[in-house]
Ligand binder design. Structure first.
Ligand code: MG
Length: 254
């Protein structure tokens, strides 16, 4: 009997191994529990000691990820900027280690698509190196738009489910306030201390000092690769829905 159970467990893990090997993105989707919906209030202005990463006037603090000699190719509006689909991610020219970040984003009032295909962008809190997007805090229209819980707005994508769904309806500006503690590595590249994240969405605590198990992976488990101070990136996601906008971005190094 015991042998049979062992055999069953063994073949079950073979099956799940197989799914991972074939690269099924569903293998890492978590749908339960679904974070509860809460309503939120007002926004905020930069404190006096903040480094302003976007003041509404220009994208001088940002560059293209595809070609870092080029300026960020996204579209500047009056007091905000908008993702220009197909131009790729953008990143800060400066590098940061530990910080407090404020960023505001808006889903267009008219938005199409569903699940991951509706207003998808992302805030990469740090990168593990060129060509790696890094640790993604998801930006998504999660207002009446169910997707896997570890892929909705303010999730650490495919890794940490948010404590609540504080998403406002499309057409309204929303805030993220994030406290990022960068991971530290030993000289041989092994992990010394993991990354930690605390985050508020529209003033609501959604990540409470969570410890990350590595950088974001679309398929498979998160993994660490040694890195130091890093750019912060914003995602040009390939979905077909209307592009989202950003404003009032500031950071305080810790
Ligand atoms: Mg995303």
């Amino acid at each position: 009997m015991k042998k049979n159970i062992a055999l069953l467990t063994f073949s079950a893990s073979l099956i799940s191994l197989n799914v991972v090997a074939q690269g099924d993105p569903k293998a890492t989707e978590v749908w339960e529990p679904e974070p509860k919906v809460v309503k939120t209030g007002a926004v905020n202005t930069p404190p006096s000691d903040a480094v302003i990463l976007f003041d509404g006037k220009n994208l001088n603090e940002w560059e293209s990820v595809k070609d870092t000699t080029q300026p960020a190719g996204w579209t500047l509006g009056k007091g905000f900027f908008t993702v220009k689909k197909g131009t790729g991610n953008i990143q800060t020219k400066r590098k940061f280690l530990d910080y407090q970040l404020h960023i505001e984003w808006k889903i267009p009032q008219v938005i199409h698509g569903e699940g991951q295909g509706r207003g998808n962008s992302g805030l990469f809190l740090a990168s593990t190196g060129p060509g790696d997007e890094g640790y993604e805090m998801q930006i998504l229209d999660s207002y009446n738009n169910r997707t896997y819980s570890n892929g909705q707005a303010t999730s650490i994508y495919k890794q940490k489910v948010p404590l609540a769904n504080a998403t406002k309806r499309p057409g309204l500006w929303q805030t993220y306030d994030v406290i990022w503690t960068a991971p530290r590595f030993n000289e041989d590249g092994t992990l010394k201390s993991p990354a930690r994240v605390t985050a508020f969405h529209n003033g609501v605590l959604v990540q409470n000092n969570v410890e990350l198990t590595g950088a974001t992976r679309y398929i498979g488990q998160p993994e660490y690769k040694a890195h130091g101070a890093s750019e912060i990136k914003l995602q040009d996601h390939g979905d077909k829905s209307e592009p989202i906008s950003f404003r009032n971005i500031w950071i305080r190094e810790l």
